[in-house]
Ligand binder design. Structure first.
Ligand code: FAD
Length: 470
């Protein structure tokens, strides 16, 4: 008998519960990917995600072909495409791994229900989280809004699934589909050219990145993860987003690396994976949050008038604040930004510029290769102070002191804003304070910050006080 294995954001073969369930049941698996961005509501994947997806799908197809199978590509209405393929292949079952976005959850529930009504077995599995978002609950049975108790509770029930291995040969099938190019995912103007010096999408690339991390940045992760001037983190976020690797595969490998000198770094890393779990918990329980404040008190907050020019200067890394510009230029060039710098650029946008966090979230959505609705929403609401367990609004990052602390040699700054390399070290953090040097050595760089740090801070605090909560 034939079963469809509907791949979505689980673009791997090993430790893939849906694929494994189809094999365990003795079916001939027909692997399928359906391109249906219009079913993602307002959050269809952005440009950088699509560029990654193109390569990840190509890698998955190549891995399947090496085993004698192949990925069937279709586009259109997911349910109609599944039903068409069921008809074409005579499939008796459909297996998939769950997605948790508010737009696709009800779609999947409907598909499951209606397939079953037609006598087709329909089964969904957990392919991407250590904890289902609804499995961790407070004593009252509700959702958590604070990370530490969430994670403390979650860790007590951590059970890593046993590893499964897909055989070297898979049964062949004859189902046909479209070409990957027909999806139009790869950019027509190659603005992503530089990306691929940094990334290798696909399952093999994910495991290679994990090995590089274990051999390198894991040692000292707890101290180095905050320093953007070096590779101090795992760079696994896009691989995790696309399900090229599962978090429990990472944890399993890390558990095998334990030693007295490594325990603290390993625990620190697993805790970061915990933030990812927490973000899915929040998105599941508060599905309105990609577009609305989690904390409704902020609904009355007076953001500044939308300022398209200022927003564009921020997006393009022309704010005149070196660490902010470096982050946004790193993002544009590589599809990635270091976590500490994400916080700094987000804070400058939401506090000093007082532009709505949604504007920043949208920009990240389009430009990050790891753009992830749960993580991005939580990250922006955390910085803006409007979310769960958030930084209080009145705590305003000073980007200059942040850069002096976390990029003390200005290596990150000069990597991405190389025109500042001609300035003496001290002047690279706040070049407007050395106007003559700036005019002489980096005349193209903004002479003044887009929003003065002191004035921006005062205006943000005044707006906050105006709400009556300060
Ligand atoms: P590592 O330090 O190696 O962490 C390992 C993994 O843990 C990450 O891959 C990620 O899956 C998870 N993780 C780490 N930190 C966080 C965090 N703060 N929140 C949630 N998960 C975390 N992450 C995304 O994956 N997609 C996003 O769209 C995204 N948007 C963000 C927006 C803002 C404003 C902020 C402040 C953070 C955002 N993050 C997002 C979280 C974080 O910046 C990235 O996960 C991290 O930088 C990825 O690099 P890494 O894999 O080397 O991290």
């Amino acid at each position: 008998s034939v079963a469809l294995v509907w791949f979505r954001r689980d673009l791997r073969l090993q430790d893939n519960p849906a694929l494994q369930a189809a094999l365990d049941a003795g079916h001939v698996p027909v692997p399928v990917y359906i391109h249906a961005p219009h079913e993602e509501g307002d959050w269809a994947p952005g440009g950088a995600s699509n560029a990654w997806l193109h390569r990840s799908l190509a890698a998955l197809d190549a891995d399947l072909r090496a085993r004698g199978s192949a990925l069937v590509l279709c586009q259109g209405d997911s349910q109609a495409e599944l039903e068409r393929l069921i008809e074409q292949t005579g499939a008796v079952a459909v297996y998939w791994n769950r997605k948790y976005e508010p737009a696709t959850q009800p779609r999947d529930a409907k598909i499951k229900r209606e397939l079953r009504e037609k006598g087709i077995e329909a089964e969904s599995h957990n392919g991407s989280l250590m904890f289902e978002p609804w499995d961790v609950a407070t004593q009252q049975g509700g959702p958590y809004k604070v990370f530490t108790p969430f994670w403390r509770n979650a860790l007590t029930r951590l059970q890593l699934p046993a590893p499964t291995r897909v055989p070297d040969r898979l049964p062949a099938h004859t189902a046909g589909g479209e070409t990957l190019d027909a999806f139009g995912l790869a950019p027509s103007i190659p603005w992503d050219r530089q990306f691929w010096d940094h990334w290798q999408p696909g399952e093999a690339g994910a495991h290679e990145a994990l090995t590089v991390f274990i051999d390198g940045a894991l040692n000292g992760y707890r101290e180095q993860r905050d320093l953007p001037d070096r590779v101090g983190t795992s760079l696994l976020s896009p691989h995790l987003h696309f399900g090229e690797i599962a978090p429990w595969q990472i944890v399993r490998r890390l558990q095998g690396e334990r030693s007295a000198s490594r325990d603290a770094d390993i625990d620190g890393y697993i805790r970061e994976l915990g933030w990812r779990e927490f973000s899915y918990h929040l998105l599941h329980h508060f599905p309105q949050t990609p577009d609305h404040n989690l904390n409704p008190r902020f609904d009355q907050f007076q953001w500044a008038k939308p300022d398209a020019d200022a927003l564009r200067a921020w997006q393009q890394g022309r704010t005149g604040i070196p660490i902010v510009d470096a982050g946004l230029r790193e993002l544009w060039a590589t599809g990635y930004m270091h976590n500490r710098v994400r916080m700094i650029v987000a804070s400058y946008l939401c506090k000093h510029m007082r532009q709505h966090w949604r504007e920043g979230a949208r920009w990240f959505w389009d430009t990050l290769v790891d753009a992830d609705l749960a993580n991005n929403t939580m990250g922006w609401q955390w910085v803006a102070g409007t979310g769960a367990d958030a930084a209080p609004y009145f705590r305003i990052f000073n980007p200059v002191t942040q850069s002096q602390k976390f990029d003390p040699q200005a290596r990150y700054i000069t990597r991405w804003v190389p025109e500042l390399a001609a300035l003496p070290l001290k002047a690279r953090f706040a070049p407007w304070q050395s106007p003559q040097l700036l005019a002489e050595h980096a005349p193209a760089y903004p002479a003044l910050p887009l929003v003065d740090l002191g004035e921006g801070r005062d205006a943000a605090l005044a707006a906050y006080r105006h709400t009556g909560w300060a």
